[in-house]
Design a binder for this molecule. Structure first.
Ligand code: HEM
Length: 225
């Protein structure tokens, strides 16, 4: 492949990684909003989740989510393998980043992204096994997800695992957003720093929200709340 074609396809991949990452970010906001309904009690939470899973459109959304997730992972893995076999070209300096050494910072962020991303994928496998494909309790003719969540987070080990996982995912979101902004060519002296701040606030809010749930559920299961 000619050098020009190779770099064009690498730019295409980076844009795709950024766009699929942003789509997953939006999913997480929606997922958190739905999960926070746990705080409203069993009826509200179970009814919400029943409405979600009994909507035929959910299958379309799930296939879309799965495709986006695999594209995100596949393009990242392909990028890592290509970078290993070829000398990376010098990284462009970001006008908006106050860094003296963009190259070393960028490679540190990339390494962090691969490690936290791999962890996130492994977390997701266990997460789906415990929740989506976990025990099917029933209450009032619908799935009792509230009971399942209460049962899972009554174990301190699970709570600890989730808190570690949420911290790792937080780092992935934090770095991922600035990486996505760079890949998408967001490079405005005034707007880019503001967009990055917004992304970071959202990352903290998502991680914070997901932090609350295992702790709240644990305390509830122990009769403290
Ligand atoms: C405290 C943290 C979390 C809790 C309590 C939680 C809870 C749940 C529950 C109860 C379900 C089952 C929903 C259903 O089958 O109707 C679910 C599904 C799912 N969760 Fe989470 N979740 C958490 C964090 C995360 C994170 C951080 C991710 C992504 C990195 C994630 C990704 C997913 C996905 C992809 C599904 C399947 C969605 C579907 O098939 O429609 N979750 N989660």
């Amino acid at each position: 492949m000619r050098l020009q074609q190779a770099s064009a396809s690498s730019i295409g991949s980076k844009i795709l990684i950024a766009l699929t990452g942003l789509a997953l970010f939006v999913f997480l906001i929606g997922h958190l909003a739905g999960n926070l309904l746990f705080l409203a009690g069993p009826e509200t939470f179970n009814e919400y989740s029943h409405k979600l899973i009994s909507n035929p459109l959910v299958y379309v959304a799930e296939v879309g989510l799965l495709a986006v997730f695999f594209l995100h992972v596949a393009k990242t893995v392909a990028g890592v393998l290509t970078n290993r076999s070829a000398r990376p070209t010098a990284y462009a300096t970001r006008r908006w980043a106050k860094t003296k050494s963009p190259r070393s910072r960028k490679s540190l962020a990339s390494t962090t992204m691969i490690v936290t991303g791999t962890f996130t994928a492994l977390f997701l496998a266990t997460h789906l096994a415990t929740f989506k494909f976990g025990t099917f309790y029933e209450a009032g003719g619908i799935r009792d997800l509230y009971r399942l969540q209460l049962e899972i987070f009554s174990a301190p080990g699970y709570v600890a695992f989730y808190l570690v996982a949420m911290s790792v995912i937080f780092f992935h979101l934090w770095h991922g957003l600035s990486s996505a902004a760079q890949s998408l060519g967001v490079d405005h002296p005034q707007w880019t720093p503001r967009i990055l701040v917004l992304g970071r606030v959202l990352s903290v809010a998502i991680a914070g929200g997901f932090f609350i749930l295992p702790i709240y559920t644990f305390l509830l299961s122990r009769g403290v709340l």
